[in-house]
Unconditional design. Structure first.
Length: 272
């Protein structure tokens, strides 16, 4: 084989370097120099991009508490959604007895509380347990017969994380959050406000949304009705029923009809 049959090997390439472009400038009619644009530095091939995520804003993150319409009288009478151990007495209990007992012993770390000391909220209208109610699918967390009832017989209390926590950000255990079902984890870890915010950040940036569909936001003891943004319902019939109960207790909580919340897909609320 002759040495001239193939060209000599190329010299090794030098590592690529990023070149920063100087800002383009233009001269105004008065002779002054004005910067019109600046391009970001070129990305070095092979360099790892740094992912950035906007921090969680407690004002805008909505949370949802599911209950049966038959439970509204006791909730409105108390002036709050009560935790299990704070005296909640639902007319229609959605929780399976075994699940309820487990929550009465599952600890919230960093506190002397158990999960049953908290009002549970979902972080998504497509959460797994709500999906089971909407589709009539068996779920060990739900009471026998719960999935046999129409989804439209339930209501969603909607609020924001900011409304739920209020001024209690210095109080460890005022709220807590878990990205997985409590029965799977055995306890709730994040109960200090900075840890809660970091956990919410992780949950919301989970690529496949699995944590968002499993997560619970927990509010200690009770959520007063004045902290509820609205009550979402599935149809006009239930809306009228909710408003009648509100009127009986002289309450003015907003009611919104939004059928998709009660079907296998979510969407924006239209208030009425």
């Amino acid at each position: 084989m002759c040495a001239t049959c193939f060209p000599p090997p190329e010299p090794a390439a030098k590592p690529a370097t990023a070149t920063v472009r100087a800002p383009r400038t233009t001269t105004s009619v008065r002779g002054g120099t004005t910067r019109t644009s600046t391009r970001p530095p070129a990305r070095v091939p092979g360099a790892r991009a740094v992912a950035t995520h906007a921090p969680i804003d407690p004002k805008t993150v909505r949370i949802y508490h599911v209950t049966h319409v038959e439970n509204l009288a006791s909730i409105f009478g108390a002036g709050a959604i009560l935790a299990d151990t704070a005296g909640a007495e639902p007319e229609v209990d959605l929780s399976a007895p075994a699940a309820r007992e487990f929550r009465r012993s599952a600890p919230v770390e960093g506190t002397d509380h158990v999960v049953a000391d908290y009002v549970p909220f979902l972080l998504s209208t497509d959460a797994h347990v709500w999906e089971s109610l909407r589709t009539g699918s068996p779920d060990p967390r739900l009471a026998a017969g719960a999935t046999a009832r129409p989804a439209s017989d339930h209501v969603l209390f909607v609020t924001s994380i900011e409304k739920a926590v209020g001024a209690r950000t210095e109080q460890v255990g005022a709220v807590a959050v878990t990205g997985a079902d409590v029965a799977a984890t055995g306890s709730v870890v994040d109960s200090a406000w900075p840890d809660v915010l970091r956990a919410l950040q992780r949950i919301h940036r989970d690529d496949d949304g699995a944590q968002l569909a499993s997560a619970e936001f927990l509010v200690h003891d009770a959520l007063p009705l004045e902290r509820v943004l609205l009550i979402a319902v599935g149809n006009d019939r239930v809306r009228d029923r909710v408003k009648a109960v509100l009127d009986a207790f002289d309450l003015r909580t907003r009611v919104a009809v939004h059928p998709p919340y009660f079907q296998p897909n979510g969407g924006a609320v239209s208030e009425s």
